[in-house]
Design a binder for this molecule. Structure first.
Ligand SMILES: C[S@@+](CC[C@H](N)C(=O)[O-])C[C@H]1O[C@@H](n2cnc3c(N)ncnc32)[C@H](O)[C@@H]1O
Length: 274
C-alpha cells in the first residue's frame, strides 16, 4: 500500500509544476483577477450555496485553484494534499493572490491526525480525487471525523461509470475497467497528464481504485452522514475521452449521444447535529 502511495506521490510531484504552468489551470488569470474563480468552482456555484464564513477543508487540493476560489467566496480555507510539490505551489499562488489559506501536506487518511477532529463546517473534494484512494469506507470516516456536527460534505467528481470506460475505443462506449471497488489497484503506465503541456515526464506509473456510486453513498451513510444531494452530470471538467468530447465553457461533453453516459456527479451530505 505504501508502495502504491509513493508511486502516485512521485507522479503528482512531477506533474504539479507543469499543471501550474498550463493554460488549463489558468493560474495567472486567477492571481490577477481578484474576483476570479476556477471553472470547477464556477460550475459548482448553483449547488454550493453560501460558503462565506465557513471553515472549509479541501481534501486533495492539488495546486489550490479551487481552494483559492472557495476562499474568494468567503470561506476560511485549509487545503490538504500529500504532494509536497503541489502544496508548495498552492502556497505560492495564495500569497501571490493575497489570500490567507492554510496548506497542509498530509495523506488523506491521516487528515484527522493532522488537522484535528470536528473542526470544519465544510469538507470539499473531487475532480479526480477519489480514484486515488484504495478504501472508500475509510475516506468516508475521515470526512465524518473532520466535520463538526451539522457540517456538510460537497463532492463533485468523475463518475465511476466514466472511470470504467475504455478510453481507447473510439467506435463505442465499452467498459474496460472495474466499476466496483477492488482490492488490487488498476496499474496504469503513461507519460502524459490531463492538461495541455509539452513537458516530457519521467514518472509514468500510477495506481488507481474505482468506487461505485452506491459504494460511495453507502460508505457515507455508514459513517453517520445524511445524503442531501446526488446529481449526475453529462459533463466533466477535463477531456476524459479524447477524440469524443468537445468543450463548452470549461466543461467537456460527449459529442455524440451525451444522454447515454454520466460523466460526473455532485454529492452533498451532512453530519447530523446530534
Ligand atoms: C486531480 S487532483 C485533485 C483535483 C483538484 N480538484 C484539481 O484538479 O486541482 C488529485 C490530487 O490528489 C492528490 N492525492 C492523491 N492521492 C492522495 C492521497 N492518498 N492523500 C492526499 N492527496 C492525494 C494528488 O497529489 C493530487 O494533487
Amino acid at each position: 500500500m505504501d508502495e502504491h502511495r509513493e508511486l502516485n506521490r512521485a507522479w503528482w510531484d512531477e506533474r504539479a509544476p507543469a499543471h501550474a504552468a498550463s493554460s488549463d489551470y489558468a493560474v495567472r488569470r486567477l492571481v490577477d483577477d481578484p474576483a476570479g474563480l476556477s471553472q470547477v468552482v464556477q460550475f459548482d456555484l448553483p449547488r454550493l450555496g453560501d460558503v462565506a464564513g465557513l471553515r472549509g477543508v479541501h481534501l486533495q487540493c492539488h495546486i489550490g485553484t479551487d481552494t483559492l476560489s472557495l476562499a474568494r467566496l468567503g470561506a476560511h480555507m485549509t487545503g490538504v494534499d500529500f504532494s509536497p510539490a503541489a502544496v508548495a505551489i498552492a502556497r505560492d499562488i495564495a500569497v501571490r493572490a493575497g489570500l490567507d489559506i492554510d496548506y497542509v501536506e498530509s495523506e488523506v487518511y491521516s487528515a484527522p491526525d493532522a488537522l484535528g477532529v470536528g473542526g470544519f463546517d465544510l469538507v470539499y473534494t473531487g475532480v479526480g480525487a477519489l480514484i486515488w484512494l484504495p478504501d472508500i469506507d475509510r475516506w468516508a470516516q475521515v470526512v465524518a471525523a473532520l466535520l463538526r456536527p451539522g457540517g456538510r460534505l460537497f463532492v463533485r467528481d468523475g463518475h465511476p461509470v466514466l472511470w470504467a470506460v475504455d478510453e481507447e475505443r473510439l467506435d463505442a462506449i465499452a467498459l474496460r475497467y472495474p466499476y466496483f471497488e477492488h482490492t488490487e489497484p488498476q496499474c496504469f503506465d503513461g507519460s502524459g497528464t490531463y492538461v495541455d503541456t509539452d513537458v516530457d515526464f519521467a514518472t509514468t506509473a500510477t495506481r488507481e481504485w474505482n468506487h461505485g456510486l452506491g459504494e460511495i453513498v453507502t460508505a457515507l451513510l455508514a459513517a453517520g452522514l445524511r445524503l442531501t444531494m446526488l446529481v449526475e452530470h453529462d459533463s466533466v471538467p477535463w477531456d476524459a475521452l479524447p477524440g469524443r468530447m468537445h468543450n463548452v465553457d470549461g466543461e467537456w461533453h460527449l459529442t455524440e449521444h451525451p444522454e447515454r453516459l454520466p460523466l460526473s456527479y455532485t454529492l452533498q451530505a451532512v453530519k447530523p447535529a446530534q
